[in-house]
Design a protein around this ligand. Structure first.
Ligand code: TYM
Length: 325
């Protein structure tokens, strides 16, 4: 039987190069292999911090457009909206009964969000339970995600083990799949991960060439003049090297040799040029999809039609185990 891959994208803004290199690149590459793939827009997850409903609707649509433009292919993967498959939430309730509040309180993402001033609503606290349900409902073997989701994946395994321990083997234990750029750092502060909350240091897939050039040319580096790869001591230049390597296919060693003695300006200019060329086909596809709202929604509806019976079947099995039917 084919192995199962599950991953989600939260529509809380547009996709950026961190999302792309940390997760989407893998999601696209995995389409070449004999796996069963469930890729979804995690719209319920995007409601845990304050939002405007009109804006949210657009973000959800934009996220679907970005995912398709990046190469997620509905002929190869089941792509859908999380809220169109209610079994995710039904399972989340059951999983919540085997998860302690202490486990949830320890989640770094939750603590960071609260520290940043977001209202600690129950949805924000329970977020990782829904994420566990997203994964366990399909019996996922692998979950391609960036490094920031590692703790949520560990909790998912813990929840599955607790449930299995109490009610008998019900869930497959999923493994996170991280690639070499599983933590892309902010261009304006390379000690922090790239995130839409710091837009100046965040390279969006939709950024026009001028903006790409500006963000890369003003990326924070250090006072040295040579180029070398050392993420601990030289996070800025190492982050740029990783990004460059990932979009060009050249190793960081090769890039260091290529830019030996050339200084930061030449290196950044070259990276900006490579990035603009890399984003161009994606942006062309994106523009076309943005005009075809109906077509994009149809793809998501068709995806949910495929995901629903699979998720419902698993939910029925879990309910039986839990003594409900
Ligand atoms: P989200 O939407 O924040 O991010 C989508 C994917 O991008 C990765 N990512 C990064 N990778 C490298 N460097 C960065 N700076 C960077 N920023 C983001 C994330 O790790 C993620 O893989 N909770 C998830 C969405 C989700 C999910 C799921 C994922 C909901 N249910 C089930 C997998 C399986 C999230 O907020 O990702």
């Amino acid at each position: 039987m084919s192995k199962i891959i599950v991953s989600g994208l939260k529509p809380s803004g547009e996709l950026h190069i961190g999302n792309y290199l940390g997760a989407i690149k893998q999601l696209v590459e995995l389409q070449k292999k004999d796996y069963k793939r469930f890729y979804f827009i995690a719209d319920y997850h995007a409601l845990t911090t304050k939002y405007d409903p009109k804006e949210k609707r657009e973000q959800i649509f934009n996220m679907a457009v970005d995912a398709l433009a990046s190469g997620i292919d509905p002929k190869k993967s089941i792509i859908f909206l999380q809220s169109d498959v209610p079994a995710h939430n039904n399972l989340a309730w059951l999983l919540g009964t085997v998860t302690s509040s202490g486990q949830l309180n320890r989640m770094i993402e939750y603590k960071e969000k609260v520290q940043a001033g977001h209202v600690p609503n129950a949805g924000l606290l329970n977020y990782p339970i829904l994420m566990a349900a997203d994964i366990l409902i399909y019996d996922a073997n692998f979950v391609p995600v960036g490094e920031d989701q590692r703790q949520h994946l560990e909790l998912t395994r813990d929840i599955a083990e607790t449930f299995n321990g109490r009610f008998g083997k019900t869930f497959q234990l999923p493994n996170a799949l991280h690639n070499e750029t599983s933590r892309v750092m902010s261009l304006s502060d390379p000690t922090k991960k790239m995130s839409k909350t710091m837009p100046n240091g965040c390279l969006f897939l939709s950024d026009p060439p001028k903006v790409v050039e500006k963000k890369i040319m003003s990326a924070q580096t250090d006072s040295q003049t040579s180029i070398s790869f050392d993420p601990k001591k030289r996070p800025g230049v190492s982050n740029l090297l990783s990004i460059y390597s990932s979009i060009s296919g050249k190793s960081t060693e090769k890039l260091v040799k290529e830019f030996e003695g050339k200084g930061y300006a030449g290196f950044k200019k070259s990276l900006a040029k490579e990035m603009v060329a890399f984003l161009k086909p994606l942006q062309t596809k994106r523009k076309k999809l943005l005009k075809d709202r109906r077509g994009v929604m149809k793809i998501l509806e068709a995806g949910a039609k495929k995901a629903n019976p699979i998720a419902e079947k698993k939910l029925a099995e879990v309910k039986k185990r839990a003594g409900l039917i």
